[in-house]
Ligand binder design. Structure first.
Ligand SMILES: C=C(O[C@@H]1C=C(C(=O)O)C=C[C@H]1O)C(=O)O
Length: 359
């Protein structure tokens, strides 16, 4: 067969795919109508997880599972907006890792609203200005993002999904490495590249700004001046296209396994997917052994604890609560039993969410 013949075959298949996609979309619209009658959430993370598992288990190749998942990610995001216009708040501006985490989950069909800070993302969701919000919750190098965890004490929102994003940093500038005079980025990024900076461009002034996207905006804006031409920025590679900066060095993070977890905030818990996590906040009684008492049930019911952080309650000085997340769903029997026991040892236990485990 010639290339033209083979392309003809592809054209015929593409027509069938388009018809099938729209046939699928008609069923999505019907589901959307039922959800509207029941006033239920349009985004159903556990169902999406089920779809991913189904399509990858049916996959006979040659396309990879990753490729199929990426196609379906965009397809399901496109389906969501057929059911309802979706607004997603994220820690802005455009080009931050939160932005890419948001796009990884919701694709390119929803409306993205950049928020000025983590608290604004929480209040956008709590105040119904947005349907969902994306916030960073934990980084493999720096641990829990306290600003996010603290907000759960203050705002009434639920965690409905999690996103795992590998983090790679790039050094971008429009001058040579030897000419760099200042490096702009957000404090956490500069910390994550500390050793690389010390070895490769020692004694250069490091300037902390609110986000890597803001750093890129400053550096791009300063390009016309003699001094500004020697400014560099550290951030993700997408910034380089948007702000016309050249990538000088790739993957300069000190730890190549650098990964950040993000939460999708919403108004409802997600149903069980079979591979879930649960996040809770425990307000403990201030007495000796209080922490041991809340950890005991995890051992008794064989529940794998995945994170624990202590946070000030902000109600009384030196009074703390604990953020915990663990494997399992609130509807699992062992989780219910453990939570029952933990509740007896605490003033209050707030279930922040049960959601499909990110991969
Ligand atoms: C169609 C649905 O709504 C959304 C779209 C989905 C899809 O396109 O398969 C899956 C889950 C929901 O986020 C549904 O709930 O089944």
């Amino acid at each position: 067969m010639s290339i033209d013949d083979l392309r003809n075959e592809i054209d015929i298949i593409d027509e069938k795919i388009v018809d099938l996609l729209n046939e699928r979309a008609k069923f999505v619209l019907k589901i959307g109508e039922i959800k509207q009658q029941n006033r239920s959430q349009v985004y159903v993370p556990n169902r999406e997880q089920e779809v991913y598992l189904r399509i990858t288990s049916k996959n006979k190749g040659p396309l990879s599972n990753e490729c199929l998942k990426a196609i379906y990610r965009e397809l399901m995001a496109g389906s969501l907006v057929l059911e309802k216009a979706i607004r997603v708040s994220y820690l802005g501006p455009e080009g931050t890792f939160s932005y890419f985490a948001a796009k990884q989950k919701f694709g390119s069909s929803v409306e993205y609203i950049p928020a000025r800070g983590i608290e604004c993302v929480f209040s956008d969701v709590a105040g119904n200005r947005c349907d969902y919000g994306i916030v960073p919750v934990e980084n493999t190098i720096e641990g829990g993002i306290r600003e996010t965890l603290n907000m759960f004490v203050k705002h009434d929102v639920k965690v409905c999904s999690e996103i795992i994003l590998p983090i790679h940093h790039y050094l971008m500038a429009n001058c040579k490495k030897e000419e760099i005079r200042k490096v702009f980025s957000k404090p956490q990024i500069l910390t994550q590249c500390k050793n690389w900076l010390a070895v490769n461009i020692p004694c250069i002034e490091l300037i902390e700004v609110s986000s890597s996207a803001e750093a890129a905006r400053i550096v791009a804006g300063a390009q016309k001046s003699e001094e500004g031409r020697c400014f560099a920025v550290i951030g993700n590679s997408e910034i380089s296209h948007k702000y016309g900066l050249k990538i000088l060095f790739e993957n300069i993070e000190d730890d190549p396994s650098n990964t950040t977890r993000f939460f999708v905030l919403g108004k409802e818990y997600s149903g069980p997917s079979g591979k879930d996590k649960t996040a809770i906040m425990c307000y403990v009684k201030n007495r000796s052994g209080a922490l041991v008492e809340i950890l005991g049930p995890f051992k008794s019911y064989s529940i794998n604890l995945t994170n624990i952080e202590s946070l000030p309650t902000r109600k009384k000085a030196w009074e703390y609560c604990f953020y915990l997340d663990f494997d399992g769903h609130v509807s699992d029997q062992n989780v219910q039993k453990a939570l029952e026991e933990i509740s007896k040892k605490c003033f209050d236990v707030k279930i922040l969410g049960s959601f499909p485990k990110g991969d």
